[in-house]
Design a protein around this ligand. Structure first.
Ligand code: ADP
Ligand code: MG
Length: 228
């Protein structure tokens, strides 16, 4: 029970920080967006600047939303949960986007339950972040994403490994060294928060998240979590 409490505190500390920052930014942001809208409605010589301001404000809005998703729920809800159940839910959530992008999702789950003490919503968020990255990387010509789950019994600790593989363009070494750093993105409309937030969530669950990649072959994200 004590260990559970420590885990839950760790999760909530990271979440609180994100929530605090996000709320502080959201209020002035809402005001700014309102004034820009007001100025745009009165057509002026500054129209093109106002358009740029709107784009930039929307960008900040996306970043703040991403932080808020991480922060919610305020209290992490730790339960014993079969990790296999999370996979089809995430796949269903992302299926419209995968159809549009010409991406097929293939899942392989173990026969036995993979119970983990976790906040299932946060684990789902990690999976969404990782799979979305794969889809975005393959946006040009589609491809395949495989999601594999496998349990391993160890002498003093048993784990479950979730591997998400894509056959997209891969990540050049110079980029790979920086992925997961806050705000590091190679996308025009990216926030560079997805992998940072995902890694924090997994580490708060006493797990690890690894990214490996080969240019021209694809990218593999491996998430290892302790079994309950
Ligand atoms: P964002 O998606 O907003 O750019 P992330 O933290 O999710 O931020 O990802 C950081 C960067 O890592 C991306 O901009 C991209 O360059 C790279 N990346 C992540 N996943 C993949 C992938 N599956 N294939 C290729 N590049 C990836
Ligand atoms: Mg991302």
């Amino acid at each position: 029970a004590e260990e559970l409490l420590i885990k839950s505190e760790r999760l909530s500390a990271a979440g609180d920080l994100a929530a605090g920052i996000a709320h502080e930014i959201r209020n002035p942001l809402t005001a700014l967006k309102g004034f820009v809208q007001l100025m745009q409605s009165s057509r002026s010589e500054y129209d093109q600047y106002l358009t740029i301001m709107t784009d930039e404000l929307n960008r900040i809005d996306t970043i703040v939303s991403e932080l808020l998703v991480f922060a919610k729920p305020a209290e992490p809800h730790l339960v014993r949960h079969d990790l296999r159940r999370v996979v089809p839910e995430v796949v269903e959530l992302l299926s419209p986007q995968s159809v549009l992008g010409g991406v097929t999702l293939q899942t392989t789950l173990p026969d036995d339950a993979a119970d983990v003490i976790c906040d299932p919503n946060r684990i789902k968020q990690v999976m969404v972040n990782v799979i979305k990255n794969a889809m975005e990387a393959m946006a040009e010509d589609g491809g395949q994403i495989s999601i594999t789950m496998q349990s391993a019994a160890g002498a003093n600790r048993s784990t479950v490994t979730l591997t998400i593989c894509d056959d997209g363009p891969g990540i050049p070494e110079a980029v790979l060294a920086h992925v997961g750093e806050p705000f590091y993105t190679t996308k025009a409309a990216g926030t560079g928060l997805g992998l940072m937030v995902s890694r924090k969530i997994i580490e708060a669950h006493n797990g690890v998240l690894h990214v490996t990649s080969r240019v021209g072959e694809g990218t593999q994200v491996e998430i290892v979590l302790p079994l309950a």
